[in-house]
Design a protein. Structure first.
Length: 233
């Protein structure tokens, strides 16, 4: 029986739920320039445009359902004692699949934060009634509760993620290109501290070089293999 199992996920885990990735051939950052949509400067310049982008994504995510990969991770959390999901995704699909120990490194698209009073809360309205939306407490402008380029990752979540990576026995990287730091460092930290690293990704990534096992498949199929590996370990 293994003791600490960590899943580290990116956009690829939600691709089979119909949510586009960022850097693939159909990726969002192939169509749009992230500097126009996912930076504090872009929001300052054109909050309505930025909100239109996030409002569209919220509507798409609201229609999506967790897939077999999300569901297997949640199932593994029920079967094994110390399972964590560290995700760069903002879609909340891990939680909807039933995972409880989820660390969101890039925030959550269902959160809104007031740029005036700082109050942050969940808002599941999709589409939003007004763009940009305003704070019901102080009337200030709300922004999406996600991390943008040039912003720091949430301190507590990042610390916890590194602690978990350091003590993992199995560190399973699913559907991330591992290009965005500091999150991309986690598999390397886990490996350095003696964890077995398993990667599920149809494509080569920097993690492929250090992975003990590379599963060149989509997340749903790859997770079925991982499930068997963990059960038999
Ligand atoms: P990317 O779009 O960079 O990478 C997605 C990865 O998923 C690629 O390596 C694909 O090969 C893989 N992939 C595609 N379909 C898959 C499938 N069905 N099953 C498994 N893997 C599949 O997305 P992330 O690595 O998540 O940050 O990107 C990291 C961060 O960059 C995001 O959180 C976001 C983005 O800019 C911010 O917005 C701050």
């Amino acid at each position: 029986m293994v003791s600490y199992i960590t899943f580290f996920t990116g956009a690829g885990v939600s691709a089979e739920s119909g949510i586009p990735t960022f850097r693939g051939s159909e990726g969002l950052w192939r169509k749009y320039n992230p500097m126009d949509l996912a930076t504090p400067e872009a929001f300052q310049k054109n909050p309505k445009l930025v909100w239109e982008f996030y409002d569209d994504r919220r509507q798409n995510i609201a229609r999506a359902k967790p897939n077999k990969a999300h569901l297997l991770m949640a199932d593994i959390e029920k079967k094994f004692p110390n399972v964590a999901v560290i995700t760069q995704n903002v879609d909340g699909l891990h939680q909807r699949a039933g995972s409880e120990n989820v660390i969101e490194l890039h925030g959550n698209i269902w959160k809104v934060r007031c740029i005036r009073c700082g109050k942050e809360e969940y808002n599941y309205e999709a589409p939003l009634k007004e763009l940009p939306p305003s704070c019901k407490y102080c009337g200030g402008m709300l922004r999406p509760g996600v991390v943008w380029f040039g912003e720091s990752l949430p301190f507590n979540e990042l610390n916890r993620a590194f602690e978990i990576a350091e003590r993992s026995n199995f560190f399973i990287v699913v559907g991330t290109s591992c290009q965005v730091y500091p999150a991309a460092q986690l598999p390397f930290v886990a490996k350095q501290k003696g964890s077995k690293v398993i990667e599920i990704n149809p494509e080569y990534t920097p993690v492929s070089d250090i992975a003990d096992i590379s599963i060149r498949k989509k997340a749903t199929e790859g997770m079925e293999e991982v499930f068997k590996i963990l059960i038999n370990s």
